[in-house]
Ligand binder design. Structure first.
Ligand SMILES: [Zn+2]
Length: 354
């Protein structure tokens, strides 16, 4: 299963082929702007494919919008999850230990093949696999908390010990054992500036990134390696907290986040990230000032690189560091987004002053 992005495309011919072939793996990662109509679409849109010469390609919906395209009314490229995805996630969460099969879906009036297709596009796994991963997460949690293999089996809703053992081994690559590491949970949050990926457990947030961020894959792999824990789809109370805080932040009603964070990096990186957190909402600093803040004025380049490796976008405000000359500097989440974040924060401040 691949929870992240598909392989990068290098030419517009390849990008066009995604839309011609309705390749849903790129949904959320590639948008098609049609110059003749001024509309932009996501892969799989039922509307007629435009001519190649009328097609422009954008990595994010925000980019397409800033280029002047309007969202297509048929495929809702700027919108969030489909009604079907929302309904099926609710179905799973209402009883996470229940076994769900295609027959269950049909009996409830859902079309299993549509469910399969939409989940593959969204999560990189079919709905049935998603539901099974959710059950495995329950088992992993029980084991991490010192429960027995039998407890874990029952919590995951398995009647048979052998069925549980083989499903578990298939999922985690190892037999279930008491005291194994608690899994991390990955989920997605829609924001006005694009979809964000969250990875959390019950106590802290480990990753928060725009899904189209540069080097997303590297961030994800590094986290998995340093934590050495399975990453499964699902939400925790930390996911709920950050979702609420982000909504308030983007509405201009929150300037300091309180969600507990777990950072993993070198001492230098952590120092830089701690310093970032002290830059007040509505203000900016230069890379040189940030280097001074941590008492290493010569380490401007190293500070910039630590900044770029921040895995908790928005909350650890690396977007508040700009070039000395007042230019934007860099941003892994894209410069237009950095501009938008800074605008949001300064606007917010002005309205408070006024
Ligand atoms: Zn469309």
């Amino acid at each position: 299963m691949d929870l992240l992005s598909p392989k990068p495309l290098t030419s517009d011919i390849e990008r066009y082929a995604v839309f011609a072939g309705k390749d849903m793996r790129y949904d959320g990662h590639l948008f098609l702007g049609v110059t003749s109509t001024g509309i932009f679409c996501r892969p799989g849109c039922p509307a007629r494919l435009p001519k190649f010469e009328n097609s422009t390609f954008h990595d994010t919906a925000a980019c397409a919008i800033s280029c002047g395209f309007r969202a297509c009314k048929r495929c809702h490229p700027a919108g969030g999850d489909t009604a079907l995805i929302k309904a099926l996630i609710t179905l799973v969460e209402s009883a996470p230990d229940r076994k769900i099969t295609n027959a269950t879906l049909s009996a409830q009036g859902y079309d299993p093949s549509t469910a399969r297709r939409q989940f593959l596009a969204r999560f990189g796994m079919s709905f049935i696999d998603y539901a099974r991963a959710r059950r495995m997460a329950l088992a992993a949690k029980t084991l991490a908390r010192g429960g027995t293999v039998l407890d874990a089996q029952l919590d995951a809703g398995f009647d048979s010990a052998s069925g549980f053992r083989s499903a578990y081994a298939k999922h985690f690559g190892a037999a279930p054992a008491k005291g194994s590491a608690e899994p991390l949970f990955i989920d997605w949050i829609e924001t006005p500036m694009g979809r964000m990926i969250t990875i959390a457990d019950d106590t802290a947030l480990y990753l928060l990134e725009f899904t189209d961020r540069k080097n997303m894959r590297r961030q994800f792999d590094r986290l998995r390696k340093t934590q050495n824990r399975a990453v499964l789809p699902g939400r925790t109370k930390i996911t709920e907290t950050i979702e609420t805080e982000l909504a308030a932040y983007f509405a201009g009603n929150l300037s300091e986040f309180e969600t507990p964070l777990a950072t993993s990096g070198t001492d230098f990186q952590r120092q830089t990230w701690e310093a970032l957190k002290t830059i007040p909402h509505g203000e900016t600093r230069s890379y040189a000032q940030l280097a001074e803040m941590i008492g290493k004025p010569a380490a401007v380049r190293a500070v910039a690189s630590a900044n770029a490796n921040n895995g908790l976008a928005v909350i650890i405000p690396c977007h508040r560091v700009i070039a000395k000359n007042g230019g934007l500097g860099g941003y892994a989440g894209g410069l237009s987004r950095k501009r938008q974040l800074l605008d949001l924060e300064s606007l917010d401040l002005k309205s408070k002053e006024g």
